[in-house]
Design a binder for this molecule. Structure first.
Ligand SMILES: [Zn+2]
Length: 373
């Protein structure tokens, strides 16, 4: 599966898309309340196969005003709740929460849309009071097609970002690869708070200055929002500014991450990283972890490795990578978080903490037995 992202041109009819997402927030919240009630009575949650027939009933009775939305798009709202509960009960996610209207971000269309060069048609339904029947309103939205998509389209998604712009995501089944030449090299990567990436080759990759600068501006804008009176005109202006800037920072970061991942894929046949334990990292480093977006980087890297036929390894999160000496395997039990450099008391090697960890990560990827020690 491959996702292509396009900007939908600003137009007054985009209001329809906004209304659509607001209504989907309603659907989401309605079914969430229903789940809560169901749980109180039966001690379990109701799956999608219980909820979907209920939706059919609602559309004919109390929630007629939802029926303008394509049915498969409505169904996705319910399926998302179902998946969220499954994740919650298997301990993989938080409890599903109600969403405020402008916070509902995306609608999925599996049928009833049509794609053409630079435009997409979505069929909404409307209830005609005169004829007492549903009629179709087919609306075209144009988007900036800066590149072509490849493969068969599986579904599309309409997204609303926090600054109120709309995006079209086209998901296709394209799995073509563009293999790079083998280089015979492999690398282990350690993530860090001070240095974004440390490679087992000894290289250190820092976040670029412009990104740090933008993050600093982001903090300034955040402060400026909190100084304004909530709901005032100035507050709204600051909120919009903040949203625009957040998006800019996120784009810059993603752009940079693609470049770093491309460079790594060109140079190495095998790439090994740690499995991220974000909760543990947050506890260790504080909230800044979310700024650093390791998770996103791992996704980009994994995708690039797939695309260019590179081997991608993630070593288990319980694999000791920091304390063992990468030369002799001696475990340095006294190593603390502040020790950036250390000398092995067994073999006398001098280590940079992060480089040593990166080497251990690479080794663990080749030798899974290490994990059990
Ligand atoms: Zn040693």
């Amino acid at each position: 599966m491959r996702t292509y992202k396009y900007k939908i041109h600003n137009h007054s009819k985009n209001k329809r898309l906004g209304n659509l997402l607001d209504d989907l927030a309603d659907v989401h919240n309605h079914f969430l309340r229903l789940e809560k009630r169901y749980y109180r009575i039966y001690g379990k949650y109701a799956g999608r196969y219980r909820m979907q027939p209920h939706l059919t009933k609602l559309l004919k009775t109390t929630k007629k005003h939802w029926s303008w939305i394509p049915r498969d798009t409505l169904d996705v709202a319910i399926i998302r709740i179902d998946t969220a509960y499954q994740r919650f009960f298997s301990g993989q996610g938080g409890i599903p929460k109600p969403k405020r209207k402008h916070r509902y971000r995306s609608a999925k269309f599996q049928t009833g849309y049509k794609l053409e060069n630079g435009r997409v048609r979505i069929s909404f339904k409307s209830w005609d009071e005169w004829t007492q029947s549903l009629k179709f309103n087919r609306i075209w939205f144009s988007f900036h097609q800066h590149r072509n998509w490849h493969g068969d389209v599986r579904y599309i998604q309409i997204l609303r970002d926090s600054s109120g712009e709309y995006w079209l995501y086209i998901v296709t089944d394209d799995t073509s690869t563009e293999p790079y030449q083998p280089t015979g090299e492999s690398v282990g990567i350690d993530f860090g708070l001070k240095t974004f990436l440390t490679l087992s080759t000894g290289e250190k990759i820092e976040s670029p200055e412009f990104l740090k600068q933008s993050l600093k501006q982001l903090r300034t804008l955040n402060k400026s929002v909190s100084r304004k009176i909530r709901g005032s005109n100035n507050w709204w202006r600051a909120i919009r500014q903040l949203a625009r800037h957040s998006i800019k920072v996120a784009n810059q970061r993603l752009d940079w991450q693609w470049k770093v991942a491309t460079d790594l894929c060109r140079r190495f046949d095998t790439i090994a990283t740690e499995t991220l334990n974000l909760d543990g990292m947050k506890r260790l480093w504080g909230r800044k972890v979310s700024d650093l977006a390791f998770y996103q980087f791992v996704q980009v890297l994994e995708y690039k490795c797939f695309k260019h036929n590179r081997e991608f390894h993630q070593v288990g999160q319980w694999t000791p990578t920091t304390k063992p000496c990468s030369d002799c395997g001696f475990k340095n039990g006294t190593l603390s978080l502040n020790d950036r450099q250390w000398t092995c008391s067994q073999c006398g090697s001098h280590h940079d903490r992060d480089i040593n960890a990166a080497i251990n990560i690479l080794r663990a990827a080749y030798d899974p037995v290490v994990e059990q020690i």
